[in-house]
Design a binder for this molecule. Structure first.
Ligand code: ATP
Ligand code: LTN
Length: 329
């Protein structure tokens, strides 16, 4: 079967190493084995929560520059901005009418994000997973690389697609979430029991891709550790396990090899070397990012080309779905 990859990330504020290792880095690895890959800057998802218009526009460019700096190759993959293709909102409506309130009420991300402000969050935040389903199903994606927190949304996509196919005939390919072991959930440096998050209260929670060497060193130094000692991955040692995962992602070393290398050493030594490893890992990406971001005309061209490349696929999907439902003349 043809392997088609789809994934997206919101252009909202900081990008941290959780996003990078959990999502973007995997996409770069996967684009080489896929028949076709589509990577999207999901600005329509970003506006489910308030955004400043000037900052949003700037963040779209920043996200595009980061995708490219990370190694997304616009020759091999289509890189585009979600709002540039009207088929995303169109299919989203068609799917909304085939998704139940019950299904959306069960989405844990919505529950977490609307906690204590149920009546004031936007209706878009509630419908967010359906827009995500539309993104995936428009291009017949077979594989969707994401972090663990998005697994439930991909499962909803599968349910909606299967039900639609059963009701209206074969319209959609059923996608599979692809979640990598060591990077599925990079945890907060200040709280290893919760995922690293750009919406965290303190910037000590995360390492941003744009953090300077000094910031990286200081944040790793401050990162909480577990009681006891020893550099070993263990479910009773969530903090050090998280730091080992980050080390593994930045070096490509296996967890066992890392444990062997630091056997008999203390948290202090390990943290110092982890900071060095991360600084060296991020430096070339940061340099590329800064270079690419300077030429907005070139960036705009890449995004417009990406959007044109996939227009035919998106339009064909929407046409066949409308036809199946019995819409139009
Ligand atoms: P927020 O923390 O405000 O919910 P976010 O940091 O999760 O935002 P998104 O744009 O929602 O950012 O996520 C982009 C991608 O990064 C998704 O594939 C998501 O699964 C992945 N991701 C986000 N946080 C982590 C994390 N801590 N570990 C691994 N992957 C992550
Ligand atoms: N909801 C995702 C971003 C996203 C996405 C997608 C990921 C929007 N559409 C389609 C994979 C496939 C998030 O990371 N917050």
């Amino acid at each position: 079967m043809k392997k088609t990859i789809f994934s997206g990330i919101q252009p909202s504020g900081v990008v941290h190493i959780g996003n990078y290792f959990g999502a973007i880095k995997q996409w770069v690895e996967m684009q080489n084995e896929a028949d076709f890959s589509v990577f999207c800057i999901v600005d329509l998802h970003a506006i489910t929560v308030p955004q400043d218009p000037t900052e949003l526009k700037e963040n779209i460019y920043k996200m595009a520059a980061l995708y490219l700096a990370a190694g997304i190759d616009p020759q091999k993959s289509a890189l585009f901005v979600q709002s540039s293709r009207p088929e995303h909102t169109e299919l989203s409506w068609l799917l909304n009418c085939n998704t139940t309130m019950g299904e959306l009420n069960r989405m844990t991300q919505f529950k977490e994000k609307s906690e204590s402000k149920k009546d004031s969050v936007s209706a878009g935040l509630f419908n967010y997973p359906v827009l995500m389903a539309a993104d995936i199903l428009l291009y017949g994606a077979t594989h969707v690389p994401v972090g663990e927190d998005q697994k439930q949304h991909v499962e909803l996509t599968r349910d909606v697609a299967e039900r639609f196919n059963a009701k209206y005939g074969q319209c959609f390919t059923i996608p599979e979430p692809i979640i990598k072991n060591t990077s599925a959930r990079i945890m907060g440096l200040d709280n290893p029991l919760k995922k690293m998050s750009k919406s965290a209260a303190s910037s000590n929670n995360y390492i941003a891709i744009s953090d300077s060497a000094d910031e990286i060193s200081s944040k790793i130094k401050k990162a909480v550790t577990d009681s006891g000692q020893g550099i070993t991955k263990d479910k009773d040692k969530p903090a050090i396990s998280n730091l080992i995962n980050i080390y593994a992602e930045a070096t490509g070393m296996s967890v066992e090899d890392i444990e062997k290398k630091y056997s008999g050493k203390g948290y202090g030594d390990f943290k110092k070397e982890l900071a060095d490893v991360l600084i060296a890992y991020l430096e070339p990406i940061q340099n590329e990012y800064n270079r690419i971001l300077q030429d907005k005309t070139a960036l705009t061209q890449i995004l417009t080309d990406g959007s044109s490349k996939i227009a035919g696929i998106a339009q064909a999907t929407v046409s066949s779905v409308k036809e199946a439902i019995g819409l139009g003349l």
